[in-house]
Structures are given as C-alpha cells and as structure tokens.
Design a protein around this ligand. Sequence first.
Ligand code: HEC
Length: 136
Amino acid sequence: MKIIKQIIVLGFFSAGIIYELLSKLFKIMSVKTVQKKLSIGIVFLTIGATTIACTSTKGTNADDPTIAIAEIVEEFKIEKSGAQMWGETCNRCHLAPSPADYNDTDWETISLHMRVRANITENQITKIEEFLKSAN
Ligand code: HEC
C-alpha cells in the first residue's frame, strides 16, 4: 500500500511539472481557454489524489511490522496481573475474600458467579481465578 501511495504521489508530482511546462507553452501560444480548463482539471485531480492518499492510511499499521510489534508490547505491558485485578475488582462491593477462604473447586464456582456480578471479561476472571487458586 505504501508503495502504491508513493507512486500516486509521484505521478501527481510529475503531472504538476508537465502542467507547468504545458501552461508555459500555452501562454506563449496565448491559448487562454485551454489553460483555464487544464488548471481546473488539475485542481480536481489533486483533490481526488489527496482524498485517496488520506483514506488509505487508515488501519494500515499491519504494513509496518515495527508499529505492529510496538502495539503488542504496549498491550502486554498494560495488562494487569490476577493479583492486581483481584485487589481492584473484588473489593468494590465487599471486602475481597482471601484466597485461603475457599478451595479450588469453590473458586471455580465463585468465579462464574462474580464474573457476572463484577461485569468483567473472561480473560480477567481467568487471571483472578488463577491467582486465587495459586495462593490458597
Ligand atoms: C458488583 C459487586 C461485586 C463485585 C465486583 C464482586 N462481588 Fe462478590 N459478591 C457480591 C454480592 C452481591 C455477593 C452476595 C451473593 C450474591 O448475591 O450473589 C457476593 C458474594 C461473594 C462471595 C461469597 C461470600 C459468602 O459469604 O458466601 C465470594 C466468595 C465473592 N463474592 C467473591 C468475589 C470475588 C473473588 C470477586 C472478584 C472477582 C468479587 N466477589 C467481586 C458482589 C460483588
């Protein structure tokens, strides 16, 4: 996509140069109307090219592997641990129960129930559940 954009930009750049040369030629020949029509055409073409170039930049991060990797690293960094989410989420409505309060089987049932209560994602409750099981 990037290459295509560069070709488009280059194409219009050279079109501009050709226009310059042509208009100079027409000036010499004093063909005013042709010159006017040509300039209107170039204006529309430029607007069109700019629109295409701008719209096609959306969501093309996949083209650039460095950006894609940077995003994955960022996502990984901001993801919270099970223990952290347990402290933040399970304290909202009642005192966060200690991991030692229940056994593994109980935590599985409680997790199903409290996931709905706390309105958290599957991924979040899995992490909290893993923490509770690992610490009881
Ligand atoms: C939106 C409020 C809310 C959040 C957030 C919440 N709970 Fe609860 N929890 C409740 C309510 C209300 C009850 C009482 C039982 C019922 O009505 O479902 C309860 C009951 C419990 C019980 C049973 C307590 C007992 O004495 O039997 C456990 C264990 C529990 N929650 C664990 C958790 C854990 C772990 C989390 C974090 C993932 C959590 N809760 C997050 C509202 C919440």
